[in-house]
Design a protein around this ligand. Structure first.
Ligand SMILES: NC(=O)c1ccc[n+]([C@@H]2O[C@H](COP(=O)([O-])OP(=O)(O)OC[C@H]3O[C@@H](n4cnc5c(N)ncnc54)[C@H](O)[C@@H]3O)[C@@H](O)[C@H]2O)c1
Length: 418
């Protein structure tokens, strides 16, 4: 994945005439640390888990990015996600570079106490890498507020002082910010709403399918449902559900809490169970991938019917599929814009922790809305002016900002006296 991301970067640098120093800086991560976490399990046995933390680029500020707990986590995935974070932070104009971390683990096989030991072991292994001015951690797939609280607690124990700003996504009582829980979904929602007119979307007559019903997918469903969109399809790791007449996301979440799956939840009409593959191919206006990367590939992109794809997951559309879908007229609101609301509010958490002054919900919400609208508008304008896909426009928008920060430190032209 990183090799592919690098190819797109090369193309964008060439197209924009960006100084070669910039590509040279961005083609590899600045540093990646690997560790093996050894955990004592509840039955007394020992288990080893592979873990990574990557700081991709810190020209615009300390690196920032989530930690993913998933059985398929790999070095390539972590470095690619850190690359995307670098651009995402630049797209949102935050004073951060990009980072990412992960542990190869199926959290469903761990007890809560084992999960706590694993979370603390992660920080123990990577503490020298981390810090409010170095690398700031956050939640990602299968790492929630309590995991971050254990990590923040461990980090404070190691450093011997309260350092809440080294991790964001903390619970409110532990220095978290209001508005973080649904920030990623809300950011994507603002991006979509801002484009509704341009894309000729009428919420009251639009059908939405959402893949993934965790933090991001659930809150997105709630926000769009409240605006009149009909949520016709929802899925999680165990499969999906479809109802032409739509679902109430709250009722589906209640069902998931009770049974562990969205399957079996009832909608407003004739509900049926579907597979995750079918969910992506549903007849709908807006498709929201909010689970894993590479869900839409060359293999299934011909069967995608949604005109608009709002990428709340990171990298859900493979590059080859992205090209094909774009040529066919689908509009893809790319991940580095669509899901940047999470890191935007994480930045506010970091600011509040550092200043010791906490904002109220409306201040956070206003800031998020303004940021999303401003950056969405800029990217939409670039997309139109330069006849680019929205993804290309978003990368170029971020790349320009990163390039400025690299060039501010001097390029070959400066040293040649040109
Ligand atoms: N949480 C954030 O603030 C944030 C920020 C930016 C991007 N993202 C991205 O959004 C995506 C979802 O993150 P989240 O925080 O909601 O995670 P989460 O762990 O809360 O939820 C993930 C959901 O995806 C489902 N899922 C897992 N495998 C699946 C599969 N094969 N098919 C369908 N569904 C599957 C799970 O059942 C769960 O409902 C990830 O790609 C993440 O990187 C999250």
């Amino acid at each position: 994945m990183l090799a592919k991301a690098r190819q797109s970067l090369r193309a964008a640098c060439d197209q924009l005439n960006i100084h070669p120093d910039v590509y040279e800086e961005l083609k590899w991560p600045r540093e990646t640390l690997a560790a093996t976490l050894l955990i004592r399990m509840d039955d007394g046995s020992r288990r080893a888990f592979k873990a990574w933390r990557c700081r991709y680029n810190d020209r615009r500020g300390p690196t920032k990015g989530g930690i993913r707990f998933h059985p398929n986590v790999s070095l390539d995935e972590i470095e690619t996600l850190a690359f995307w974070m670098t651009f995402k932070c630049a797209v949102a104009n935050l004073p951060f570079g990009g980072g990412k971390g992960g542990v190869c683990v199926n959290t469903k096989e761990l007890s809560q106490t084992e999960l706590e030991r694993l979370s603390r072991a992660y920080i123990e292994a990577f503490a020298p890498f981390v810090g409010p001015d170095r690398d700031i951690l956050a939640p990602d797939m299968y790492t929630n507020g309590i995991v971050i609280a254990w990590m923040a607690d461990e980090y404070s124990s190691i450093t011997g002082q309260a350092s809440p700003s080294a991790l964001t996504g903390k619970p409110l009582a532990f220095g978290g910010t209001v508005g973080r829980v649904d920030a990623t979904a809300r950011g994507g929602y603002h991006a979509l709403r801002h484009l509704e007119k341009s894309l000729e979307i009428d919420p009251d007559n639009s059908k939405v399918a959402i893949q993934g019903f965790g933090n991001v997918g659930y809150h997105c469903a709630k926000l769009l449902h409240a605006d009149g969109y009909t949520i016709v399809g929802i899925s999680d790791s165990s499969g999906g559900i479809y109802d032409e007449k739509g679902f109430d996301p709250l009722a589906v979440m209640q069902h998931k809490h009770e049974t562990g799956s969205v399957q079996g939840a009832k909608g407003h009409g004739k509900t049926r169970n579907i597979t995750n593959a079918e969910l992506l191919e549903l007849d709908c206006d807006v498709l929201v991938p909010a689970a894993l990367e590479r869900q839409i590939t060359l293999e299934n992109c011909d069967r995608i019917k949604a005109r608009v794809i709002l990428e709340l997951a990171n990298g859900p559309v493979a590059p080859t599929a992205d090209r094909k879908l774009t040529e066919e007229g689908h509009i893809i609101i790319p991940d580095i814009l669509a899901n940047s609301g999470g890191v935007t509010v994480s930045h506010l958490e970091w600011v509040q922790n550092r200043s010791g002054y906490y904002w109220d919900a409306s201040e956070v919400a206003d800031h998020l809305k303004k940021t999303m609208e401003r950056e969405t508008q800029a990217i939409w304008a670039l997309h139109n002016e330069m006849s680019l896909s929205m993804r290309e426009a978003a990368y170029i928008h971020g790349l320009r900002r990163i390039a400025e920060s690299v060039e501010a430190r001097g390029t070959q032209a400066y040293f040649d006296g040109a």
